[in-house]
Design a protein around this ligand. Sequence first.
Ligand SMILES: Cc1cc2nc3c(=O)[nH]c(=O)nc-3n(C[C@H](O)[C@H](O)[C@H](O)COP(=O)(O)O)c2cc1C
Length: 189
Amino acid sequence: MKVLGILGSPRIGGNSDILLDEALAGARDLGAKVEKIALYKKKIAGCLDCGKCNETGVCVIKDDMLLIQKKILEADAVIHSVPVYFWSMTAQMKAYLDRWCAFFDGDWRIHKFYFPKMSKKKIGVITLCGDPDVSIGDPIIKSFKNTCDLSGLKWLGAVRASAFQKGEISKNSKAKKQAYQLGQKATRD
Ligand SMILES: Cc1cc2nc3c(=O)[nH]c(=O)nc-3n(C[C@H](O)[C@H](O)[C@H](O)COP(=O)(O)O)c2cc1C
């Protein structure tokens, strides 16, 4: 069992990072191998909509996303953690998600090359926002959940939390527990 954590915040040790670590700890405590990737350290260009991946299953852009796509394929579950920037996901996370195109065919079905590995994959999301209203994270959750619903990937669930200052979420034991439980769920469902 492998659980991959994808960090969409550029703040290492920030709120998204802390909750992602909680989720990965939950998975690790149930025996999963875990790995975390911080997207801001990677070079990931935006999708070109060239359509080549619809035919070949391979993206024409040769950057760090190719290795990340490989790690996604190898993982049983992928948990994303990302702050809200201007009512949306961070640029790093958006570029990453758009490059998921390579996993799908022209009809947004899982590409036949990846079907055995992708069809059982579980996808979870953690959102952070400075606003006390955690529903500010819902558009991000919708992006990931709709992607799962459209393509047949398994939706693991979401954790929404509010914090503004770097590391402030470490005082929120409820959010940490929810993230931990999301990680545990990734190893079970
Ligand atoms: C560029 C930028 C835009 C932001 N936009 C929003 C926003 O639209 N709504 C909100 O509630 N918080 C917003 N925030 C606050 C962050 O979501 C919040 O500080 C979060 O805890 C950061 O998470 P991190 O520590 O993982 O980076 C923004 C922060 C930055 C830097």
